[in-house]
Design a protein around this ligand. Structure first.
Ligand code: ZN
Ligand code: ZN
Length: 173
């Protein structure tokens, strides 16, 4: 077995028993300040939990570069979301957060509560409209950088998961 310190120091997940990185993980579970994921080593069969502790917060604001305010507003209109209320210039770009227009793309909490926030699919529709209009645009958030709708698909944070009320969401009822 490798030590706890060694395990934490490694980038990515590797097997505590044999050290290989050929691992498979289940969904994340969380309670209080901790979250964990069950992992299994595909090489030696060892299974364990990866445990995460809360370390900081990151706001979900995004910064758009290489686009005009009009182009951002146009993409939001096409997608059916609002970019106007919190849009403001920052550096050479604009800081913004998408917000709801009506009920389409409303996010919902894991307990089913209605949240005044845009779901993953609303963000996706916005990115698609924006990158179609301005392929050279770049969107930077605290956790990721998107330069195409494909990069958003790959790197969108887990908080944009599919719990929502829109017709694309699995949580539709
Ligand atoms: Zn192993
Ligand atoms: Zn949705």
């Amino acid at each position: 077995m490798i030590s706890q310190a060694e395990y934490v120091a490694r980038q990515g997940s590797s097997c505590p028993e044999c050290g290989r990185e050929d691992v498979d993980g289940g969904p994340f579970t969380s309670e209080g300040c901790e979250a964990w994921q069950a992992l299994v080593c595909l090489s030696c069969g060892f299974s364990w939990f990866d445990v995460f502790e809360r370390s900081r917060y990151e706001v979900e604001d995004m910064i758009a570069r290489g686009v005009t305010q009009e182009q951002l507003e146009q993409a939001a209109t096409e997608a059916g979301v609002d970019v106007g209320r919190r849009l403001r210039p920052e550096g050479r770009g604009f800081r913004f957060t998408l917000s709801l227009i009506g009920e389409r793309y409303r996010r919902r909490s894991h307990r089913g509560r209605r949240i005044a926030a845009v779901c993953y699919h609303g963000h996706y529709a916005f990115m698609e409209a924006l990158f179609r209009q301005v392929p050279t645009a770049v969107i930077v958030s605290a956790l990721a950088r998107y330069d195409s709708v494909e990069s958003f698909r790959r790197k969108a944070p887990a908080s944009y998961d599919e719990a929502c009320f829109c017709e694309m969401g699995s949580g539709h009822d």
